[in-house]
Design a protein around this ligand. Structure first.
Ligand code: ZN
Length: 458
């Protein structure tokens, strides 16, 4: 495909732990060989500290354009549901060109923030008046185009949204751009499957928006369309959703799902904020990933996910930037830990005794992210290893927050006293897309974004 220099690092986080003097030899976008205690060869690109790139398990990239515009209190109590009304109003105006421009900026920011693969939970399918596009993959194609242009890895998750509430309630007019029956949804999945082939190592999964938005029969249709790929859905994000589910079927959403769907390691349950202790054990036993979006969950006032109990039960977690109100991998990890500290009035809640919290969070995010985004085979959980995509992030180790740190202290300091500003370079599928913390095409992508946003907010 292309030739690139080998990469050499003073230290790197490998599956077996931190290693010194690490050389990554690339081939066709993957890591062909990992050498440790290796001298740099002439022509090697040299850096201080390397980490594997993280997957972003849950994003609605276009919502980046709405960030900061929903922080003014309304006349009644503000909630997730009033936020959703504002989001719908924004969506009503968005055209395909604008969707691509907003998505591209979100993807640039993800790469700069340490995410090398985006899981785009894609539920916007139709034209502004709700009529289907001639090409059912029109908007999925725009998401793919943004991924190709920015170089981010993509797991596209075309999403079935069929109803406006439990029990097959009709959708609201404002949901018209999302709505499909299983047959039309199948054509969108097919079109997305073809489109995502333009992304190096691109993946496709499927999603049901939530148990509010599909009937049991429609959920079964989504599962059939997965064809071995991953399956995502929003679940138990809001208490009102849990209550409405109980009214519909007498059980909570997670309990219903575990009893009625073939949940296994292909599944990603997004949020699961209000899962009970028993439900958490049930999810863990099925080896499904819970997709946590701590920054968005805090912004929307969802509640606190009982992460300590879930990890204690052997549960698997991944992290997503969801509404993209902020795009920062480190901040997602930090916010989860801080939510637990506030809830339990304790420190270092998620680490095992005697170990680093940053390391614990990072490794959970890496493994859960890759599982939920459908990385194939050994690459799924291993990070920097032979055969895996060459998705690498370096830290700016000479910055004040990282001075004098090594190994796990680097992770702890990046996550708890820094964030995206400490990312130096990023490679995705062997292509260097970020240098000095800045994406190679940021200027052009920002200009397109600005043009789109001016029209949207006019
Ligand atoms: Zn979401």
């Amino acid at each position: 495909m292309y030739a690139m220099a080998s990469l050499w690092f003073e230290s790197a986080l490998l599956p077996q732990g931190w290693a010194r003097e690490v050389r990554l030899v690339p081939r066709d976008g993957r890591i062909e060989r990992v050498e440790t205690r290796a001298a740099p060869a002439a022509g090697d690109e040299r850096h201080r500290v390397a980490l594997p790139g993280l997957g972003n398990v849950h994003s609605h990239a276009f919502q980046r354009g709405l960030a900061g515009l929903t922080e003014r209190r309304g006349h009644d109590a503000d909630s997730f549901w009033t936020w959703r009304e504002l989001m719908y109003r924004f969506v009503e105006r968005l055209d395909p060109e604008q969707l691509e421009a907003l998505t591209a900026l979100a993807f640039v920011e993800m790469l700069e923030a340490g995410f090398t693969q985006a899981g785009e939970f894609h539920y916007l399918h139709h034209d502004r008046d709700g009529s289907p596009f001639a090409d059912p993959g029109e908007l999925a194609g725009r998401v793919v185009a943004a991924a190709v242009a920015t170089g981010i890895g993509l797991t596209i998750l075309p999403t079935l949204y069929a109803h406006g509430g439990f029990g097959g309630a009709p959708p609201a007019p404002r949901q018209r751009r999302f709505i499909n029956d299983p047959e039309r949804f199948a054509s969108i999945v097919e079109a997305s499957r073809r489109a995502v082939q333009a992304v190096t190592f691109g993946q496709i999964g499927v999603a049901a928006h939530s148990l509010r938005a599909v009937t049991p029969e429609e959920l079964a249709a989504v599962v059939r369309l997965a064809d071995g790929g991953v399956i995502h859905l929003h679940i138990a994000e809001q208490l009102r959703e849990v209550e409405e589910c109980r009214l519909w079927c007498g059980a909570s959403p997670v309990a219903w799902l575990l009893a009625n769907a073939p949940v296994d390691e292909r599944w990603c349950l997004v949020h699961a904020t209000h899962a009970t202790e028993g439900e958490l054990h049930g999810i863990a036993a099925r080896r499904a990933v819970v997709g946590l979006c701590p920054v968005t969950e805090a912004n929307l006032g969802d509640g606190i996910f009982p992460a300590a109990a879930f990890l204690g039960a052997g549960g698997r977690i991944g992290f997503g930037s969801d509404s993209n109100v902020r795009v920062d991998a480190a901040e997602e990890l930090r916010t989860l830990e801080y939510s637990q500290r506030l809830a339990y009035r304790a420190r270092n809640v998620l680490a095992a005794p005697g170990t680093s919290t940053g390391r614990r969070l990072f490794e959970a995010a890496l493994a859960g992210g890759r599982q939920a985004l459908g990385y194939p085979g050994a690459a799924q959980t291993a990070g920097l290893t032979a055969g895996a995509p060459l998705d690498v992030v370096t830290l700016a180790a000479d910055r004040p927050q990282l001075l004098g740190r090594s190994e796990d202290q680097l992770l702890d300091s990046w996550i708890f006293c820094g964030g995206r500003e400490l990312i130096d370079c990023v490679w995705r599928a062997g292509v260097k897309v970020v240098s000095g913390g800045r994406h190679r095409d940021r200027t052009a992508v920002e200009a397109r974004y600005a043009h789109a946003l001016r029209a949207l907010l006019a």
